[in-house]
Design a binder for this molecule. Structure first.
Ligand code: C2E
Ligand code: CA
Ligand code: CA
Ligand code: CA
Length: 279
């Protein structure tokens, strides 16, 4: 019996070690990536549903691994949030996205906003607004070309601090989008309480709007409430034409999804901007 218990314990701790080893590997990989500048930014269009034109874009981080190729953020963002490395990654992404946007604005290819994801850990930085303004100033990009995407989780942890940071960002002309709406403990009250410009309805709702009536009514209600509060709505993860038909009927302003384009590297996104420019 003693032996079996021992084995059990060993097995358990072995598994824990495996997990810890894996976490350490990713942590080291991130540190290496930051040092060697292996993080890059992809861009995905947000399309105006009425005109079919590309009007803004979301910046999405990628890790360009020399051997493994492009690593998706799902593989490292959760751990980076735990270790705090997300703060440094976030700064790299913000700077690169602003630099690229500045070039596209200067060449007349882009007039909208670039949306950058800001994690809860970043949003807790007391002078985040000054940090962002410094980067914009160094890059030479107007705050009118920037939008920050935050999630409901960010608002929930320290609502008072979050509210004051949001107000300071808004005073500087930066727009705010509430990301992944509908997945968390979303309370519609948040929409009224926080100074948000745009609501992004999560892909989980959009997936089924053409199939399930509950998701369709839910989406329609969210859009109606958002409009009554003066917010613009983006539907995330739109993949099919029949979803677009429904969203158009609901007067949803924008879509983001594979139906129009996947996230692209800067050079391929630039081609898209050029095509859009000629329309
Ligand atoms: P998110 O902010 O909700 O970003 C949208 C994700 O949905 C992206 O995944 C995008 O590629 C994917 N997507 C867009 N349209 C479609 C579609 O039609 N079908 C499907 N199946 N997927 C679609 P991605 O780039 O892998 O990013 C995943 C998540 O990682 C993001 O979700 C965000 O939470 C996080 N993330 C990405 N970049 C950053 C960053 O720079 N900072 C932070 N803090 N988080 C980031
Ligand atoms: Ca986002
Ligand atoms: Ca999202
Ligand atoms: Ca459903």
């Amino acid at each position: 019996a003693k032996n079996a218990g021992g084995n059990k314990y060993q097995f358990f701790s072995g598994e824990m070690n495996q997990n810890a080893v894996r976490q350490l590997q990713i942590e080291n990989l991130i540190r290496h990536g930051l040092k060697e500048d292996l993080f890059s930014v992809f861009y995905q269009p947000k399309v105006d549903i009425a005109s079919g034109k590309l009007v803004s874009m979301e910046a999405l981080v990628r890790y360009e691994h020399p051997e493994k190729g492009i690593v998706s953020p799902a593989q490292f963002i959760p751990l980076a949030e735990e270790t705090g490395q997300i703060i440094e990654i976030g700064e790299v992404v913000l700077r690169k996205a602003c630099e690229q946007t500045k070039r596209w604005v200067d060449s007349g290819l882009f007039t909208g906003r670039v949306a950058v994801n800001i994690s809860a850990r970043q949003f807790e930085i007391p002078d985040l607004d000054d940090k962002i303004m410094n980067i914009l100033k160094q890059v030479g990009l107007s705050p009118l070309h920037l939008e920050c995407e935050i999630t409901e989780g960010t608002l929930m942890q320290h609502p008072e601090n979050a509210l004051s940071m949001m107000q300071r960002l808004r005073e500087k002309g930066i727009h705010l989008a509430l990301d992944d709406f509908g997945t968390g403990y979303s309370s519609l009250a948040y929409l009224k309480r926080f100074p948000i410009n745009t609501l992004k309805i999560d892909k989980a709702f959009i997936d089924d709007i053409a199939k399930a009536s509950d998701d369709r009514y839910m989406t329609q209600s969210i859009i109606t409430i958002a409009h009554n509060l003066g917010l613009k709505v983006v539907a995330e993860g739109v993949e099919e034409e029949n979803q677009l038909v429904i969203l158009r009927k609901f007067k949803c302003e924008m879509l983001q999804g594979y139906l129009y384009s996947r996230p692209l590297n800067a050079s391929r996104f630039e081609n898209l901007l050029k095509e859009n420019h000629e329309l």
